[in-house]
Design a protein around this ligand. Structure first.
Ligand code: ZN
Length: 431
């Protein structure tokens, strides 16, 4: 019997009590440790002793990516340097990179709650986990590995790419779990199918990180590989990195680790909470982080809370998949569109593959036009092309309320990538 990495709290009330206690600690720690946080809180008129309940959260000032960029290279550091044991950074040009410092406790906490991801996915000590994500300063493959080892399963630190080697490992090591991006998962599924090696591998579960995975993509991967479960693992460098939640085997949304951070869902314009179940920006406040605590950090990621209780019985609350970033929002003929909405519509249409591109053009009439290139699935009957195009355009019109030209392309026509696939091409110039 493996030890458990689930929270000690048994009820929502105990969880909230824990959050209040740790929020008080975090505010005092940040105030006393970081001159930037002290200044921000002094400006907002909040003192560490002034936090008594979760309701006091809204009195705290927001932190944004600008705070992290302005403090380059070591922004919001709240401990002396002799406590820092590692850094990670988000990729990007100098000045836009965010560097985050970790203490040994931060690494230990991260490892513990990453082990919880594998527990949530119901792995056992017998599982063999092929970790096909990047290792280094930009990408924290090491957290997948440390969590796996702490959990007690076998880690295979394969790194990203190299489909030939990945297929070999799947066969030779009989990996039961694979961690990668959803795009790479699709490439792997197609490669395994192309090589005809499905009955030589033993893959049961896949864990997808760092980009959105649509239902269509997952359905395609399930068809090709026959895996039992596919999970979404969220994570951003600012908040430790990957592993801050996972959907359980019921796949009703992502359980997030509310004993390590508080999640608010706010309207990105008014910064007021949205009604439960409506989409807004994720704003996070850490409860345990020492190196760089986050206080009401605006992530720009959009999602919604999932109300009610999950059939698995966990007290850990759930948020939906990331529906996009508020920065990725397309403004098209005065309608705000997130790429995740298009994913969602296409996932509900039969006869198409998982790949698509959104192309925006401004034509001579001065108006904006949107073209949606969509891949047919492999068994597609060309005779149905125009009916299918009309069906897709109709669903987009109905659900997102914009008109699009749909262009169906052959299966395999759109480029695949091992990392995030680029899906939006905005050719509109700003003049
Ligand atoms: Zn659940």
């Amino acid at each position: 019997m493996l030890k458990t990495f689930m929270p000690e709290m048994k009820t929502g009330e105990e969880l909230r009590d824990h959050q209040v206690k740790r929020l008080k600690w975090t505010v005092a720690h940040a105030y006393n440790g970081s001159p930037t946080y002290k200044e921000k809180m002094d400006d907002a008129g909040v003192k560490p002793g002034g936090i008594h309940s979760l309701d006091d959260l809204k009195r705290l000032p927001f932190t944004t990516s600008a705070d992290l960029q302005e403090g380059y290279p070591f922004p919001l550091l709240s401990v002396p340097f002799d406590k820092v044991v590692r850094i990670h950074a988000s990729s990007g040009t100098t000045g836009k990179r965010k560097v985050l410092c970790y203490t040994q406790k931060d690494i230990d906490d991260w490892t513990r709650f990453f082990a919880r991801c594998y527990e949530m996915a119901q792995l056992s000590a017998e599982d063999r986990v092929q970790i096909a994500v990047g290792y280094g300063i930009w990408t924290a493959g090491i957290s997948f590995q440390m969590g796996c080892e702490a959990f007690g399963a076998m880690a295979i630190p394969a790194g990203p790419g190299n489909l030939d080697m990945q297929c070999q490992f799947l066969m030779d090591f009989q990996s039961t779990v694979m961690c990668c991006t959803a795009s790479m998962g699709l490439l792997m599924a197609e490669e395994v199918n192309r090589r005809g090696i499905r009955d030589k591998i033993n893959l049961k579960k896949m864990i997808f990180g760092s980009e959105r995975s649509s239902d269509a993509m997952k359905n395609r991967i399930r068809d090709l590989l026959g895996v039992e479960h596919m999970f979404d693992i969220p994570g951003m460098t600012e908040l430790y990195g990957p592993g801050t939640g996972l959907d359980c085997i019921y796949h009703t949304g992502i359980h997030y680790w509310a004993d390590y951070y508080i999640l608010e869902i706010l309207d990105p314009d008014t910064l007021d909470p949205v009604p439960e179940g409506e989409t807004g920006e994720m704003v996070v406040t850490t409860l345990e982080k020492e190196g760089v605590p986050l206080i009401r950090y605006r992530t720009r990621d959009l999602t919604k809370m999932i109300p009610g209780q999950c059939p698995c019985g966990s007290i850990l609350p759930r948020h939906d998949r990331i529906l996009g970033r508020s920065d990725d929002m397309i403004i098209f003929r005065a309608v705000n569109i997130y790429p995740g909405q298009v994913d969602h519509v296409l996932s509900g249409v039969k006869g198409i593959g998982s790949e698509y591109q959104i192309i925006l053009d401004r034509k001579e009439d001065g108006r904006d036009y949107m073209t949606l290139k969509v891949e047919q699935d492999q068994s597609f009957d060309q005779g149905n092309a125009s009916a299918l195009s009309r069906k897709i355009a109709g669903e987009i019109k109905k659900q997102i309320m914009v008109s699009v030209d749909v262009e169906l392309v052959e299966y395999g026509f759109l480029p695949r990538s091992e990392r995030k696939s680029k899906r939006v091409f905005d050719n509109r110039d700003n003049c």
